[in-house]
Design a protein around this ligand. Structure first.
Ligand code: SAM
Length: 326
């Protein structure tokens, strides 16, 4: 049976990553970043035995990247990352699934009318969410900025973006440290959830709690609001219990001062391990002069994404809300 383009490219990526992994004695994910870099540079950059180098070159020759769409490239790289993350990755490092990337891409396309804009993901991880979202709107010129604390994940993100030929600037740093970037038009982020251990840094934020550690996801929201232009949009993947924690009051007060809440889209619970880990998309717009809050906040429950008719109904509801409010 003939392979799909994604299967064909995945096979090359997987075989070459495995060859590099075996000889370099590194992890599969490290080898994946290396093979991605080789594919992009059209050479073998590592010092390997002659035989392995020959086998790598032969396998790379089986594919011509220009014959694949950006989505084919992203999906094949995503499959390989999933394979590498299977046993080792902690929940807060997990790649954002395709379906969420599609939904965020859909929302960006509907909310942002400008033909060119700057988009920040301050927890960019492997770049899967950022590039999946950008790929949803190929007619716009979107300049991406990705920030990530983990060295390996950012390497995967950078290789991923290069292979898809996206102009994304990457910064390998703690996103809650000062950011040296120009203000952006929009932010998307699948927030890392949990306590932020650096209380000294947290003290720079209005959301810092008086006792103990502050939630990192709260600080990420404040940092993102600081770096988006007035009138800019923010789309966060948040835990469903965001407003139920003991730190929620402070967050609510801060949000009511700085943004107009646009909506909350609850993602289908079937996407998560259990009810406690369920998530939603939280949509905000930074306050600006002459900008009014929406008449009504958009509140929807996304049905299971396999239920095409129900999903379509919800998308119509979202479209109608945008037409009436934007
Ligand atoms: N959207 C990403 C993707 O598609 O791969 C996954 C995001 S993952 C849920 C959250 C990411 O935040 C992780 O990659 C983690 O390493 C990163 N992170 C956690 N704390 C951070 C910090 N203080 N600064 C920058 N990145 C951080």
């Amino acid at each position: 049976m003939k392979m799909t383009p994604v299967e064909e490219l995945f096979t090359v990526i997987n075989e070459t990553a495995t060859l590099i992994q075996e000889e370099s004695k590194c992890s599969y994910l490290e080898a994946l970043a290396e093979t991605g870099e080789n594919l992009f540079q059209e050479t073998v950059l590592q010092e390997l035995s002659e035989l392995t180098e020959k086998r790598l070159r032969k396998t790379y020759q089986e594919v011509q990247l220009s014959n694949f769409t950006k989505e084919d490239i992203r999906k094949s790289f995503q499959l390989a990352i999933l394979k590498g993350m299977k046993d080792s990755t902690q929940p807060n490092h997990q790649m954002t699934p395709d379906t969420i990337g599609m939904l965020i891409g859909y929302l960006l396309k509907k909310f942002i009318k400008s033909p060119t804009y700057r988009l920040l993901d301050p927890a960019v991880g492997t770049g899967n969410l950022l590039t999946a979202a950008i790929n949803q709107d190929p007619d716009k010129a979107i300049d991406g900025i990705g920030i990530e604390i983990d060295d390996l994940l950012i390497k995967l993100a950078y290789v991923n973006a290069n292979l898809q030929e996206h102009p994304i600037q990457f910064f390998n740093q703690d996103s809650l440290e000062p950011l040296f970037i120009e203000p952006v038009d929009a932010v998307i982020s699948d927030l890392p959830v949990g306590y932020y251990p650096n209380d000294i840094r947290a003290a720079d934020y209005e959301l810092k709690v008086d006792e103990g550690h502050t939630y990192a996801h709260h600080l990420f929201i404040e940092q993102s609001i600081r770096h988006v232009k007035p009138g800019g949009y923010l789309f966060f993947i948040i835990p469903n219990g965001l407003f139920e924690s003991e730190q929620a009051k402070k967050l609510q007060e801060y949000l009511s001062k700085t943004v107009n809440i646009q909506g909350i889209i609850q993602l289908p619970l079937s996407m998560f391990k259990n009810k406690e880990t369920g998530k939603s998309v939280f949509i905000l717009q930074k306050k600006a002069e002459k900008l009014n809050a929406p008449k009504q906040v958009l509140l929807v429950n996304m049905p299971s994404l396999s239920n095409v008719t129900e999903v379509e109904k919800i998308l119509v509801k979202i479209d109608r809300w945008i037409n009436e409010n934007k």
